[in-house]
Every structure is written in C-alpha cells, then in structure tokens.
Design a protein around this ligand. Structure first.
Ligand SMILES: [Zn+2]
Ligand SMILES: [Zn+2]
Ligand SMILES: [Zn+2]
Length: 314
C-alpha cells in the first residue's frame, strides 16, 4: 500500500474525542435509525434538544468524517455507520448476565446436557460430567485463567446476540458467528479489520490427554492452531481441526452428513466432528499428522503438513 492510500483522515484520539458527547452519539443513532437522509429540521425534531444553536454546533463537529451533508439531507458515512454498529452490537458497552444455564444440546462425549455462560465477550461451553478440554480459558480479562471443571471452550459472541434468544438458540447462533470468524481466519483474513492474520500450528511433542488436559500443553489436543492479526489485537486459538474447516475435503464430509457448519442446526453434531476427532502425529520433520473425523459411523482421514496443507485423503 502506498503512503497516499494509507493516509489517516482523522487521528484516533480526535475521532474518539469527537464522539465523546451525548448529543453527537444521539445524532449518529438517529441517522442510523432513519430510512434515508434527514433534513436539518427533521433531525433536530427527532433529537428533542432545546437549543438549535447547540444542536448545530454538535452536528458541525460530526460533519465531514462521521456525517455527510447530501442534497436531500444528512446521512451517516461508513465510519459513522461503524460507530452505530459497534454501539448497537453492545460489544463496547454491554456486559450481559448469563450464568451457567442448560441448553437442549448434549455433550458429544457423554450425552449429558450442556451448559453455557456468558463471560467477557464469549459464550463459554461446559459439560457437567466430562473432563475439561482446556486447562485455561483464553477469554478472560488480563490473559488466560484456570478454567472451571467441564470447560469445553468458548465461542466469541457480541452481547446483542443474547437478546430475544433462548439459551439453545444462543448456542446455535454463537456457533454460526464463530464459524464465520474462523472461516475468515482460515483464509488468512482478520474478521475484525480484514488485515492479514498469521497462523501457527502448535504441536505438543509429549502429549498425553488420557485423563483430562495434557500436563505438558494444558489441552486435550496435541495440535492446536493459533492465529493473530498483524494489525489489530485479534487473536484466536482452537483445536487444529477448525483450520481445515474451509477445505473442500472436510466441508464435503460434513455437508454429506447433513451438517452445515455455516448455520449448524445441531451444535452437538458439529462439535462432535470438529472437537472429538482422533489425531496421530507420524513425524515432526517433515511434519505429518493424520486427523480422523467420524460421524454416523463414517470416517474421513486427512493427513496434513505443518501449514495444515492436506497431503493425503483416505
Ligand atoms: Zn460430557
Ligand atoms: Zn500435550
Ligand atoms: Zn485485525
């Protein structure tokens, strides 16, 4: 990218100080709510502020970057839309309460009812009877913390996603949301900012997860995938299988067995394929490992290299 393409129109501190006023946030929200551009008087009426000079002053501060004046009135620019979207998603303001609650879905390992809870921007998933899959949760403020018993993992999910949904619907929606994120990551794109993510396959050479998370790596998976954005703070870690989700081989296998990973109608079955698979490491140099996915009694064996390129299908 050239310097000209990369020019910053508004420094971040100025952008945020411009937004730091209640009337300006209400102007953005009203414009976001309108079906089309609003005239000065229509916008003024909607805001119900007492003083038109004050209203004019705040509108003027937003003009240019967040709001544009068109022939037929005022409208949000794309940055203004992004601000309204961020507010409405609740991601920067809300901290909903959802303590551990049972869902209809059952644990793919023991068939007991699963539970979900909300924590710091993620839905955390638990089985009341199984060993946890991860010793630590990476979703906690300040870094990874020891995970509660039965912790199966977390699905990033904005607060607005909890509204008007039953716990089971929340879990299904959180799978859809997370899978869409992971598809972007698997294609090398950051789902937050569209910059490049760097992926790394972490391999535990001393892996033993026969009685809960392995003592050496703290997880049930000998191969784990981590991805970090080269531009923003986004990072994610998962069982390595999720990195194969966008491959035709694994996609065809799950679709052929009636599982749609983009909109899973059964979180249980998708989880079973993508989290309860077998892994065998054949060699470290060159790296070769086979992941075996099973559903409905059918198996797919995918042998991969260090960058999760598929070397063999059986
Ligand atoms: Zn279980
Ligand atoms: Zn290990
Ligand atoms: Zn990013």
């Amino acid at each position: 990218m050239t310097e000209e393409q990369n020019r910053v129109r508004l420094p971040p501190d100025e952008a945020f100080s411009t937004l730091g006023n209640e009337i300006r946030i209400r102007i953005l929200s009203e414009l976001g709510d309108a079906d089309g551009p609003l005239s000065f008087s229509a916008l003024y009426d909607r805001l119900e502020v007492s003083d038109s000079a004050q209203f004019n002053y705040h509108l003027d501060k937003l003009l240019g970057h967040f709001v544009r004046k068109l022939d037929d009135g005022y409208a949000l620019s794309r940055p203004g839309q992004r601000v309204v979207e961020a507010i409405l998603s609740g991601a920067v303001t809300d901290d909903p309460e959802l303590d551990r609650t049972g869902v209809e879905d059952r644990c793919s390992a023991c068939d007991r009812q699963l539970e979900i809870a909300w924590h710091n921007g993620s839905i955390e998933l638990f089985c009341t009877d199984c060993q946890r899959r991860w010793e630590r949760s990476w979703g906690r403020v300040g870094g990874p913390q020891e995970a509660p018993l039965g912790y199966l993992g977390r699905l990033p999910f904005p607060p607005a996603g909890l509204e008007d949904r039953t716990p089971s619907e929340i879990l299904q929606a959180a799978y859809t949301w997370t899978n869409l994120e992971l598809l972007a990551v698997a294609s090398g794109l950051c789902p937050r900012c569209a910059a490049t993510v760097e992926r790394e396959l972490n391999v535990c050479e001393d892996h033993d997860a026969s009685e809960g998370p392995c003592g050496a790596c703290g997880t049930s998976y000998a191969m784990r995938l981590t991805a970090s954005c080269t531009n923003c703070l986004y990072s994610v870690g998962s069982a390595a299988a999720w990195g194969l989700l966008p491959t035709p081989e694994l996609l065809t296998f799950v679709f052929d067995h009636g599982i749609n990973p983009i909109a899973p109608n059964s979180a249980h079955r998708l989880d079973q394929v993508l989290n309860e698979y077998d892994e065998t490491i054949h060699s470290l140099e060159p790296f070769r490992a086979t992941m075996t996915f099973t559903t409905d009694g059918n198996s797919l064996h995918l042998t991969v290299d260090r960058s999760l390129g598929i070397r063999e299908v059986a």
